[in-house]
Design a binder for this molecule. Structure first.
Ligand code: IPE
Ligand code: IPE
Ligand code: MG
Length: 249
């Protein structure tokens, strides 16, 4: 009897994620590598591959903005060899991935301080931002040497003594974050690696974010799990301090 081979059916794309902002704390690279007898840097390399797959999936799903936490301002406290390896990996990934971004209509910008980064990484950032500036499908923001509290403090310093509304403050935040325009608040925040904390990521922008924590280490986070998180997001009722839709009618 002829046997048929089961072809995996394509993953159903979530339907209501058009234009949303997804933030991701890509945590767990080091533990993933150590559990396999590898050095932490091998985990960071594997993490880049996951990031590539998830960005492509987000573009297909119609996500409007995605912010990936790649290196926090507090990560400078790590051992010098790990920091050096991360800086080199970030530079190489930006150069390689910006070509893929151009093909997929992804605009890439980098959030965070630049004055402490190696000059070769700053050049790669400038090249990647210029090369992808015409992308309209997805705005991909990568947070490097980023601290949400520092961004907020710098925006507040720009504001001066004048009273501000939220929109005006968001414009100042965009300025300090090197954003081409004010970005929308985070709709869905995903953190891999099992921890349930924000670690100084997008504190202003996450005011009403839906939170999704997973025990999965970032290198093994899959498109399937990402789409499941989007689908779960779609059925959550966001009230923004109001009452359930049913009660309001
Ligand atoms: C996240 O993974 C990547 C960076 C912070 C650069 P970690 O390196 O924090 O991995 P764990 O949390 O130690 O496993
Ligand atoms: C947050 O992860 C930073 C990034 C993912 C880049 P950390 O591993 O640095 O966070 P903590 O130390 O567990 O809070
Ligand atoms: Mg970590």
């Amino acid at each position: 009897m002829k046997r048929t081979i089961a072809v995996p059916s394509p993953l159903p794309p979530p339907t209501q994620c058009n234009g949303i902002h997804v933030g991701i704390i890509m945590d767990g690279n080091g533990r993933w590598a150590n559990a396999r007898g590898m050095i932490r840097t091998a985990g960071h390399r594997a993490g880049v591959r996951t990031a590539r797959a998830i960005v492509e999936s987000a573009t297909r799903a119609g996500v409007g903005t995605m912010t990936l936490y790649a290196f926090s301002a507090d990560n400078w406290s790590r051992p010098t060899p790990e920091v050096g390896a991360l800086m080199r990996l970030l530079r190489r990934s930006l150069l390689i991935e910006s070509k893929r971004c151009i093909e997929n209509g992804v605009r890439l910008t980098i959030v965070g301080r630049r004055d402490r980064l190696p000059s070769s990484l700053v050049s790669a950032i400038q090249e990647a931002e210029a090369a992808t500036a015409h992308g309209r499908n997805l705005h991909l923001r990568v947070a490097i040497d980023y601290s949400a509290r520092e961004s907020i403090m710098r925006a507040a310093a720009l504001a001066g003594p004048e009273p501000l509304d939220r929109e005006a403050f968001a414009r100042l935040l965009a300025q300090v974050n090197h954003d081409p325009f004010p970005i929308r608040d985070v709709d869905l925040l995903i953190r891999s690696g099992g921890e349930q904390r924000l670690s100084d990521f997008l504190l202003w922008e996450c005011a009403y974010a839906e939170l999704h924590f997973t025990r999965c280490m970032w290198p093994e986070f899959t498109e399937k799990e990402f789409l499941a998180a989007l689908s779960e997001f779609e059925v959550r009722e966001r009230r923004f301090g109001g009452v359930p839709a049913q009660a309001a009618s």
